[in-house]
Design a protein around this ligand. Sequence first.
Ligand code: GAL
Length: 808
Amino acid sequence: MASLPVLGMATTLTPAATAAPEPNSPRQRLRLEDDWRFHFGHAEDLERDFGFGANQRTLAKQGRSGAKPDAADYDDSTWRPVILPHDWAVELPFVNNEDYRRNPADKDDEDYAAAHGYKPIGRKFPETSVGWYRRLITLDKADAARCLWLEFDGVFRDATIIFNGYVLERHDSGYTSFSVDISDFINTDDTPNVLLVRVDASYGEGWFYEGAGIYRHVWLVKADPVHVPQWGVFVRPKTNGMVEASVDLVNRSDARRVTTLDVTALDRDGTAVATTRQTVELAAQSRATREVRLTLPQPRLWSIESPYLYTLRVEVTTEATRDLYTLRFGLRDLRFDAQEGFFLNGKPLKIKGTNNHQDHAGVGAAIPDALQVWRLKQLKSLGSNAYRTSHNPPTPELLDACDELGLLVIDEARQMTSSRQGLSELEALIRRDRNHPSVILWSIGNEEPQQMTARGLKVAKSMARRIRELDPTRKVNAAMNKGFGDGITTALDVIGFNYHEAQIEPFRTRFPDMPIIGTETASAVSTRGEYKTDAKRQVVAAFDTEHPYWGATAESWWSLYNSKPYLLGGFIWTGFDYRGEPTPFNWWPSVASNFGVFDSCGFPKDVYHYYRAWWQDEPVLHLLPHWNWSEGETVSVWAYSNCDEVELSLNSKSLGRQTMRRDSHLEWTVPFTPGTLTAYGYKRGKVVMKTERKTAGAPHRLILSADRMQLSADGQDVAMVSVSAVDKVGTPVPLADDLIQFALTGPSRLIGVGNGNPNSHESDKAPYRRLFNGYAQAIVQTTKTSGRFTFQARAEGLTAASLTFTSR
Ligand code: GAL
């Protein structure tokens, strides 16, 4: 496994990009992304697990965990420097561990190794399933008088947080956010504070690739003893501009405090538009909740097209400002109607959604915020307006981005259980996410084995009750694939159908008042750039024809859902390919699924253009397949378009004009001759568009493109670089598979590479990658040094290409 050059390690704490504190605020929220060191521990060998738990005394006395690295003078120079977010699973080689198969003879049998993409993580791999993170934190003298806590957006999984030798927390879930109060344990003299996080990914929580490590952000929050606690504000705005908010305040000092609570709404430009003030008396070491009301003049609504966000500024003052807490909110109205469908702000809106796991080529589960935004923009370009966080709470930055971009979200719990732990995770999810205008439904589970039972109903009712207590403004959903109408059904406000379209009508007869949403649809499979299903090569044709028995083609599910106004809409399984669940070839060497509308790099497959044609209004005309076949071969040619008619011609000879049916596609059968295949799109009898596919020669020159050339020098921002090849005359070479070498000069680092090939075992972290059907991707990250940096791509026998970026 080649590791990537890490340039320009920075040493400072970074203030949060989103909730930057105002200069006079004593509250700070600092992102801890640099200066971490990482080392594998061991799930069985105590010595290799730094002696943690080696004897009975580990937890006997506090302040000495027994883990050697908790000493301030521990020499961690052999530990690897890492920058968060970090997923160590994606760095590991692929391992064919077929002995996980319960029935080795049956290739379709559930296979744990395949399920998570053949990465050596799990109980059978003790040497690569436990990771230790260590970071020194230097604090100021003034911090002694403050409250300090760490906020973890998410760690996969079973995180033990050890701070200055104190074992402060054991957090099991790999998906929920949590915080750890460190106020009582800090050193504010010159002794550094030692933060150790032991992460144990031995147990999985899903049936898909989940990553391993501190794969989301970690924050250090410093606040006055009188402050708004984490997730302490719940804002309930109405479209008429009336805003109600509940504000929690704590006084962690030993003195009574009389404070002024100012709550102000700011418009998008930062202008205060409404404010309210009240006095709050807080006894020593107490907690209080205050209700506030604001009226926004000329309220602006949040919508898909115009996701207008206000800011709520909560200020707590005695003589000076003690705390300043801000959050964003949006005004929108949701209506789920069993007869008429879904309404946003009173207007009907068909939900055009995608399901996604948190996984991208090159980085696995450790998705930088800028990449998160890039992925969502790819989905929006499809015409998609919704995202289901299958099957777990997402990182909060994903929801921030959905708020900003205008995407509706089904926010899903990982486990359907009403155990104490289950309810506490559910509570963390709701408290954290209930201010996001993007979130429209809470999902309590997906295809749970108990979904059709009386026990399932008890569990679902307990979860739904807790949700309604914490958030009376939203509805409760679950995704079912069996027992529609039974079990958990009556605990839900909106039922989710995963596939099984034939059962929709019978269900409606029994439950005419229950709104229906397609929580999972399609599961259609295609490999980008492949046009013949080939079991030997384990690739599946990218015509919209292939799906597992439970799924459907894009065209069949969408035509159905679009034809029934009462269906709220549906979520494609999936937006992007992801590691694990290698369908339809659920065995080695396939390590990733083929479900995506985009491949694992976010390169669109042909079906992207089908959805684009029918999910948005811009004119679309797309031809498939490529035009590099053997002479005389008969090729099926498809067109995706929203034009009225499409005419196909080969080398200027018309092959006929056909009328497009709504939500459909067109087909021709064409004997191959090299040259140019052209499609003309007609609207009202006139040609409005033209697209071509040309027979390409051998690869001659590399082409680079990037989503942005100006980046932020914050050590987190990324550029998404696409690499492709063209022939001598500039025609894209659809089957190019050249090995590309990457090099960077200047303040930047390569954090991952990919090509969307579900059968590739090349390293995600190497400075090289083969093109797969013409494309590869490199993800380039800035450092905290501003300046220009150049990315270069080379391949033997081809003209090289380079791009120069600026970061500031
Ligand atoms: C569903 C399941 C998803 C995924 C999908 C594949 O049943 O909810 O997580 O496994 O099938 O088609």
